[in-house]
Design a protein around this ligand. Structure first.
Ligand SMILES: Nc1ncnc2c1ncn2[C@@H]1O[C@H](COP(=O)(O)OP(=O)(O)OP(=O)(O)O)[C@@H](O)[C@H]1O
Length: 251
């Protein structure tokens, strides 16, 4: 089976710092893969390389059989790769509906007018913002802005969705809702690569995890196996190995 997304020896430097160092990984269509690692290990940079927000200094990235490294981010988005950001980016002065309509206009067969408004409303309902459609995005709580950003990403009708700590900062009820939402996206056939520190979410959602440390991949496999790998426990779950082992056992 050929991968939907493949990173082949991808490298990104910032001056003398090698943030992503020869990273290779693949994501099959329909998978939900976690990209894990301690702070500063290169996860967000890797996401930025896939989405085209940053160019690679080496290696290549292939999406659906086509080389996307070197393309601009809007070209990559049009091919079917959407993302959310660790620091939310919504258009604060525009309503929620308008934010999502902007996304709909950018998809390959752009939607406009009434069709766009109806679809935007559906997407807002899907992420739990149906009753706040006409509010300016800037008036939403941070969590709701994250929901809005997800609706806008979904407006692109992506095949691959990159979520960067989308579940961070949710309360326990919101977390369960967020997990259920991501599950439903996966059930609809969306392929997901998610950077996530919330371990309950990783266990609940990810069939496979890739772990980075200092820019390098140190583990790649089924979630349960990866999270009980001593090297991962040392590097990622880190300082207190007993807690980490308890966490892995909980999995
Ligand atoms: N634009 C940039 N300019 C310079 N250095 C950067 C830039 N972006 C990231 N870095 C550095 O690259 C390394 C990897 O950062 P990155 O944000 O990818 O890590 P991360 O694993 O996503 O961390 P976190 O979990 O804290 O978000 C860090 O040392 C970071 O300081």
């Amino acid at each position: 089976m050929s991968a939907l997304l493949e990173l082949k020896g991808v490298t990104r430097r910032f001056g003398g710092l090698v943030a992503v160092n020869g990273l290779s990984l693949s994501v099959q269509a329909g998978e939900v893969v976690g990209l894990l690692g301690p702070n500063g290990s290169g996860k967000t940079t890797a996401m930025n390389l896939v989405s085209g927000a940053l160019p690679c200094n080496g290696g290549e990235i292939v999406f659906d059989g086509r080389r996307i490294s070197g393309l601009a981010s809007h070209q990559i988005a049009r091919l079917g790769v959407a993302r959310t950001f660790q620091l939310v980016r919504v258009l604060g002065g525009m309503s929620c509906l308008e934010n999502v309509e902007a996304g709909l206009a950018f998809r390959p067969q752009g939607l406009h007018g009434r069709a766009a408004r109806e679809r935007a409303q559906q997407l807002l309902e899907r992420v739990g913002l149906g009753t706040q459609a006409v509010l300016p995005a800037g008036e939403l709580t941070y969590i709701d802005q994250k929901r809005l950003e997800l609706a806008r990403a979904l407006a692109l009708a992506p095949r691959l969705l990159l979520l960067d700590e989308w579940l961070a900062g949710l309360n326990p009820t919101e977390l369960q809702q967020g997990i259920a939402l991501i599950r439903s996206l996966s059930a609809d056939g969306l392929t997901l690569l998610l950077v996530e520190h919330v371990m309950d979410a990783v266990h609940a959602l990810c069939t496979r995890c890739v772990v980075m440390n200092a820019g390098t991949k140190i583990a790649d496999g089924p979630t349960r196996e990866v999270l009980s790998d001593p090297q991962v426990i040392r590097a990622y779950l880190g300082e207190d190995e007993n807690d980490a082992q308890a966490e892995a056992a909980h999995a």
